[in-house]
Every structure is written in structure tokens, then in C-alpha cells.
Design a protein around this ligand. Structure first.
Ligand SMILES: [Zn+2]
Length: 326
């Protein structure tokens, strides 16, 4: 990580569904409103420096996922523009560094569900031009790119279109997100990508046997590819019963013991979940995760990498240094 990042320990959260949650609830992100778990004032209070905002393509929009993506992108850009004093959309690593040095919240637009591409590589390039810098290739089902976690039984991975998307994302400077993919899809991405991928919001399957979590082999492969997994606060991915902050911290310890701390980050899934693990309330609870990691014996430098440094390293390697065009 470059030394000129201004904050000593930037916090990066690689996944929230606050755009669509706010749209559904008819609320604005510039105003604090505890109907949701995230808004700009609470992101600032929670100490977040870079937030990924996912345009989640709910399956109920399957008739026209591209139009739905456009509505969500419009909401993202309007919310950012209306709150330009505290938040800035980021398109390059230079933008991220500038936002951090100006002590503004950096907002990164992501897509959750590659069906938004409508099966066209031209749409991917237009998404780049509209500011998208990360795509979760599938949600749980099957789309034009490949099979999601619910389809793992089929043995299907990426389609030819999915492979083409991964390669074009590498070329454009977009982060490939393997969360929600089927097992085979994960391995196909690892084989195809020339840049470190991310699992933006997935935990360890060894501790919580859920198809959305990563096996030990997957975590090791992700780490050797220079990638990172975002610890997800959704109770179902943390522990079968009594999922709390301590159980979440067990996932950090497990992944660190298996593959080292450099593959661990945060991917809360706030506003994509009814409630996070016990002990956390909303995005203002994030400092409790930092404190918990310290309590578990991670060194100051390791904690710094887990809460943001690792995702910044990956983004530095994936995003273009500057420029918005392709
Ligand atoms: Zn998700």
C-alpha cells in the first residue's frame, strides 16, 4: 500500500445493499434514518473511509435487469452529488487516495448480479463508463455468466460469456467478485483472471457450512492469487446458532491461520440482511470489530490490513491509476 494514504488505518467495507434498501424504503442516504443500517452520516460516524455500494439486481426484476441497474446507478449518482461535501464517487486508485486525503467518504459503485449485463460485453464497457468498478458475477441463481451458489449441484461454472466478462473486466480495471458463485464458478474465475479477485462478502465454510461460504481450499487459492475475502456479518454465514461478534472473529482467526491475514477484509452486507450478528447494530458498530480483532491478538499492523489495507492493496492492483474511459 502506498504511504501517501492520509489516514493511518483506512476502513473499507466491500459490500452493502444500501442503494436498493434505501430505494425500497424511499429514504435518502444523506439523512440518518434507522429504518436502514447504513447512510452517509452513520458511515462517517462508523469511521468508514471507502464503501462499496452494490446495485443488487433482485430476481424480481428478471424481466429487465439492465433497466433496474440503470435506476440504481441513477440513485447512486444523485445521492453522491447531493452530498458532495461528505462523499465522493471513486473511479481510479488516484480518486481513492484523494478522497482519503480530503477526509471524504469514498463511494465505489458495484453491481451484484451479472444478469444486469443482458448478455452483452458492450454493456459491460458502458457500465465501466457509468462508474461501475466491481461486479459480483452472479447472485445465487444462474445467469448468462454462470451458475450461482444455489446451482452448485449442477457442477456448472462460468459460461463462455462469463469468461469473456472476466477477461474484459481485467482489461478495463474492474474488480471481479466471486461471492455468490457456484464452487465450479469460483475455480473457473481463479483460472481465468489475471488480476486478484475478491469474495466481497463470504465467510469460512469450515466454521459455518453454508454454500455462500468458502472452503479452506478456496480461501488458500484466493490468498495465493493475491485476493481478499470480506468478512460478512450475516448471522447465517457466521454460526448456525448464537451467531455473535465473537463467532465472527473466529472466522478472521481461521482464515488467518489458514492463509495469512493478507486475504482478510470486511464485507458487512449491511442493508442486505435483516440484522447483523449479535453485538453489532449497524455501520456505527464497526469500531467494535476493530477492537475485537485487537483483543484476539492480531497486531496493530495486522488489524490495519484486515479493516481496509488488504482491500486497498487489491484495488491498487486492479483499478486504473487514473482516468475514467475505456
Ligand atoms: Zn450478496
Amino acid at each position: 500500500m502506498k504511504k501517501d494514504i492520509h489516514f493511518s488505518s483506512p476502513v473499507v467495507d466491500a459490500h452493502c445493499d444500501s442503494l436498493t434498501r434505501a430505494m425500497d424504503q424511499n429514504r435518502r442516504l444523506g439523512q440518518e434514518n434507522d429504518a436502514g443500517q447504513v447512510d452517509f452520516p452513520r458511515l462517517v460516524r462508523g469511521g468508514v473511509n471507502l464503501q462499496f455500494f452494490a446495485a443488487f439486481i433482485n430476481p424480481r426484476f428478471r424481466d429487465n435487469p439492465l433497466a433496474r441497474a440503470m435506476e440504481i446507478f441513477d440513485f447512486f449518482h444523485r445521492e453522491v452529488a447531493d452530498n458532495a461535501n461528505v462523499v465522493e464517487a471513486v473511479y481510479s486508485f488516484e480518486d481513492i487516495k484523494r478522497a482519503l486525503s480530503e477526509k471524504k467518504l469514498a463511494a465505489l459503485l458495484a453491481v451484484e448480479g451479472g444478469e444486469a449485463l443482458a448478455g452483452r460485453i458492450e454493456v459491460l464497457r458502458m457500465f465501466y463508463r457509468l462508474g461501475v468498478r466491481s461486479i459480483t458475477l452472479t447472485w445465487n441463481g444462474r445467469n448468462e455468466l454462470g451458475d450461482g451458489a444455489w446451482e452448485s449441484g449442477s457442477g456448472g461454472g462460468l459460461t463462455r460469456f462469463g469468461v469473456a466478462v472476466v477477461r474484459e473486466m481485467n482489461r478495463l480495471g474492474m474488480l471481479v467478485d466471486v461471492s455468490h458463485l457456484s464452487g465450479r464458478g469460483f475455480w473457473d474465475v481463479l483460472k481465468q483472471t489475471q488480476k486478484p479477485p475478491a469474495a466481497s462478502h463470504s465467510n469460512c465454510r469450515a466454521l459455518c457450512d453454508h454454500p455462500r461460504n468458502l472452503s479452506d481450499e478456496q480461501i488458500k487459492a484466493l490468498a495465493s492469487a493475491g485476493g481478499v475475502m470480506g468478512l460478512c456479518f450475516y448471522p447465517d454465514f457466521v454460526r448456525e446458532k448464537e451467531a455473535d461478534l465473537e463467532a465472527l472473529l473466529d472466522h478472521a482467526e481461521h482464515a488467518a491461520g489458514l492463509a495469512g491475514v493478507d486475504c482478510i477484509g470486511l464485507g458487512s452486507d449491511f442493508d442486505g440482511i435483516d440484522a447483523p450478528v449479535a453485538g453489532l447494530k449497524d455501520v456505527t458498530s464497526l469500531p467494535l470489530v476493530t477492537e475485537g480483532l485487537k483483543r484476539r491478538g492480531f497486531s496493530e499492523d495486522e488489524v490495519k490490513r484486515i479493516i481496509g489495507g488488504n482491500f486497498l492493496r487489491v484495488l491498487e492492483g486492479v483499478l486504473k491509476e487514473r482516468g475514467h474511459t475505456c
